[in-house]
Design a protein around this ligand. Structure first.
Ligand code: NAD
Length: 408
């Protein structure tokens, strides 16, 4: 093929809680920083060697893929739903993150393939199984389930379920940060109908995770001792009406119920286990859409950075692998059987400080009392903006793609 490359200058265009542009070189710089961090931690002894990551292009899933590959030398198959760039229009950040990840993995001789499609569908499951069978030595020894999606099409009935972020009781009124305008306002979140609760559980609960594990089991592609992990969140009482006791919390309860069933089966058939890991609240595309949470995160970051306990997705997953899942012993779990890497977030002194600031903070004091500045910077970084060493005035090529999906 010829050497034609589209070039353009790409700038952030924020619409509410999403940025509709993303920067290929910036995303690549972001991924490189994460790879360097994992390498600085040294290899994870006894870590996984063949990993399927469902939701691998951003946030916790991308971190899981990077730790698997660069901390454990694993072959990785990553699944996601992202928009490719064209010659004159940037694609989504997860697309560029994956392009950079795959190139870095290839450069070190690590197998890395990706599938861009609907992970809830039968088709993507079948395609993933084919790749595991034909190109990954026939088995996976770790399956990461890290989807965050607003909707799901039932693969059998075609019915479309939409998740909502509502309470399961009455109205809940609290402070909210309008991250676009920097205003601390009040927000009232209404109660979900039984049908809305049900639909949110269908989208973000454990149903699809179980379908995945059953499909992989049925195809005979699970290795002896296989582990699988899905991610959850709990947080402080302050956010419970909207999170833990809200519609999304119901879905997470369902995820835990599925976990117990999956784990029993993996234990009996493969000497394996399934886990739910409760992770820290972090700025991702998924979390920025949840009311109340961005204000909580801005306050939390300020406290955790001051104490030196702040972590990003990558530090969280590095700790999950090295200090929980692959220590040679069964990981410590809480009373409900969950792994906790939200332990530093939930420390009493941190939560006491957050509660105090929560009461006081106003629009006028947002920059003084919280790390809103850090929130905004991290939000932009999700889309590849604000990375050190990237020349944002230079022309950029929006048509870059992951090598396994047609990239150079
Ligand atoms: P994210 O938005 O950064 O990433 C979501 C991923 O899911 C992306 O790779 C996206 O492409 C993929 N995806 C979405 N719909 C898909 C579909 N239909 N088919 C294939 N891929 C699809 O989200 P995140 O914040 O990293 O969330 C991942 C998990 O971690 C979720 O279960 C979330 O509840 C959990 N979690 C998040 C936080 C947080 O603060 N962000 C904290 C604890 C737990």
């Amino acid at each position: 093929m010829g050497g034609f490359h589209a070039i353009m200058i790409i700038q952030p265009k924020i619409r509410g809680f999403i940025c509709i542009t993303s920067h290929p070189e910036g995303c690549a710089a972001n991924v490189r920083e994460q790879i360097d961090y994992v390498k600085s931690k040294g290899p994870i002894a006894g870590g996984p060697k063949s990993v399927l990551v469902i939701g691998s292009s951003a946030g916790y899933g991308l971190a899981s893929r990077i730790v698997s590959a660069f901390g454990s030398g694993a072959k990785t198959l990553g699944l996601f739903f992202e928009k490719p760039g064209t010659e004159d229009r940037p694609g989504s950040a997860g697309w560029y993150n994956t392009a950079a990840f795959e190139k870095a993995a290839q450069a070190e001789g690590l197998f890395a393939k990706s599938l861009n499609g609907d992970a809830f569908s039968h088709e993507l499951k079948a395609q993933a199984i084919e790749i595991i069978k034909n190109e990954m030595g026939g088995k996976v020894d770790m399956v990461i389930y890290s989807l965050a999606s607003p909707r799901r099409t039932d693969p059998d009935t075609g019915e479309v379920y939409k998740s909502v972020l509502k309470t399961t009781g009455g109205d809940f009124t609290n402070k909210n940060l309008n991250t676009d305008k920097g205003l601390v306002e009040e927000v009232t979140i209404g109660a979900a109908t039984p049908e809305e609760i049900d639909h949110t559980v269908k989208v973000m609960g454990g149903d699809d995770w179980e379908l995945w594990m059953n499909a992989l089991e049925g195809a005979g592609v699970l290795a002896e001792g296989v582990k699988t992990v899905a991610y959850s969140y709990i947080g402080p009482k302050l956010t419970w009406p909207i999170y833990t006791d809200g519609t999304i919390g119901r879905a997470k309860k369902d995820l835990e119920a599925a976990c117990a069933r999956i784990s029993a089966k993996l234990g009996a058939n493969h000497g394996g286990a399934a886990y739910v890991s409760v992770n820290k609240a972090l700025v991702t595309q998924a979390s920025s859409a949840i009311p109340v949470v961005p204000l909580y995160i801005s306050i939390l970051y300020k406290d955790m950075k001051a104490r030196g306990t702040h972590e990003g997705c990558l530090e969280q997953i590095q700790r999950l692998f090295a200090e929980r899942l692959y220590t040679g012993e069964a990981p410590a779990v809480d009373e409900a059987g969950r792994i906790r890497i939200d332990d530093w977030e939930m420390r009493e002194e941190t939560q006491a400080a957050v509660a105090e600031i929560w009461e006081k903070v106003t629009t006028e004091t947002i920059d003084e009392l919280t790390d809103f500045q850090g929130y905004k910077e991290e939000f932009l970084r999700l889309f590849g903006f604000g990375l050190k060493g990237v020349d944002y005035g230079a022309e950029s090529d929006p048509s870059v793609a992951p090598p396994s999906l047609g990239g150079a």
